[in-house]
Design a protein around this ligand. Sequence first.
Ligand code: AMP
Ligand code: ZN
Length: 466
Amino acid sequence: MKVYNTLTRKKEEFIPIEPGKVKMYSCGPTVYNFFHIGNARPFIVFDVLRRYLEYRGMEVTFVQNFTDIDDKVIKKANEEGVTYDVIADRYIKEYFTDAGGLGIHPATVHPRATENIGEIIDIISGLVEKGYAYQSGGDVYYRTRAFKEYGKLSHQPLEELEAGARIDVSEHKEDPMDFALWKAAKPGEPSWDSPWGKGRPGWHIECSAMARRYLGETIDIHSGGIDLCFPHHENEIAQSEALSGKPFAHYWMHNAFLNIDNQKMSKSLGNFFTVREAAESYGYDAIRFFMLSAHYRSPLNYSREQLEQARAGLSRIYSALDNLRFLQQNAAAGEMTEDERQSTQTFDGWRSKFCEAMDDDLNTADAVSVIFELVRAVNTVAARPDVTAAYAQAALAILSELCGVLGIEKPEEQGADDSEIEALIEQRQTARKNRDFKEADRIRDELKARGIVLEDTPQGVKWHRA
Ligand code: AMP
Ligand code: ZN
């Protein structure tokens, strides 16, 4: 598999440190609010990367943190008159609700910054000892100029980064480009004991600490949105590599922005939709499918039309899957026909095409096209009156396999009781057999009122939700 590495600005063959094992770290959300569709993009994209690596037989250890202490969390807590952890707990819970809805598998570990204060202090102490960090008042800063490779991820020298950055000037810093590793406690803010007095960690240090604790000094893949490249990831590299003297991550992967009206969706601009809101309109599965319709390094524009298109695309896939499931139960038993056998002989080819797309820097857009082509091919064979259950089963297996890699799964229809609907369909069949057409029509109308559409096929009655 080839992946685009921001560090080298090239597509490179992905070679894990230890064959068959992958260590992956992705920057997670700051938990002070529901997450928006822009935030959902890295969560979905890197969930797909993880699923694909696992599909290709690798064992993936995936760490995604929760930033549970920062200015925004504290502000929200103060507004509500509660402690920071009440806010963090609430939005971590909401994260799992939305992430679950989006079909994002839980990471191997979801550590919180505040559970890793010991590790953070340990790293800062090491940096101070080595001369990469200094105490100033109750703060500790990273001495950016001491790390000669600073800027290697952004491919810009320190001077240019400095000119372009909005720098937090402080009289405590030796240099405007230095950044806080530890912040002295302020009144009304949560704080922890440290060798520099009471305080709390800066943002960048938490990822260096959690990556080291859960994955080790050198990891395979570090990922996040492109906005994190500078300064966050640049600072993570400076912290981790200055301390260990080893490369921090071999591959740096960044997703492009999710835009709205061609502007980055962000909380600070106020132009965002939460995943929760969008899911109410289109369904979680359509949001996921929409994200996969573009390559992760291409900007993606959020619009009603795009989401509706995703919904329609998903319906095509779902109805193919439903149809195959139905035929598997109800179509003719016995050997496949010659046409069917020929069709199944093309399945390996579809799988290879799918993998070829995914191997090319996770080209989910092309992988989705392969699924649509497969759906079309399978639908044609499955529409024949002599279709066999054996064919349906084989087609269902390949289609489910490829959909599963992307996490395309029909959500459980909540509140629906399928057995009750099937019982009503049975009753209608009996009524028809007894030529009680009035009763049969009554049941059909009742089902219709419940949003159930019936279809008579050579293999029996099929139903779906409208
Ligand atoms: P945050 O909670 O702001 O730290 O963001 C969590 C993740 O979402 C990070 O990986 C960000 O890079 C990413 N992110 C935020 N906004 C967008 C956006 N509009 N498009 C794509 N990724 C984004
Ligand atoms: Zn991070």
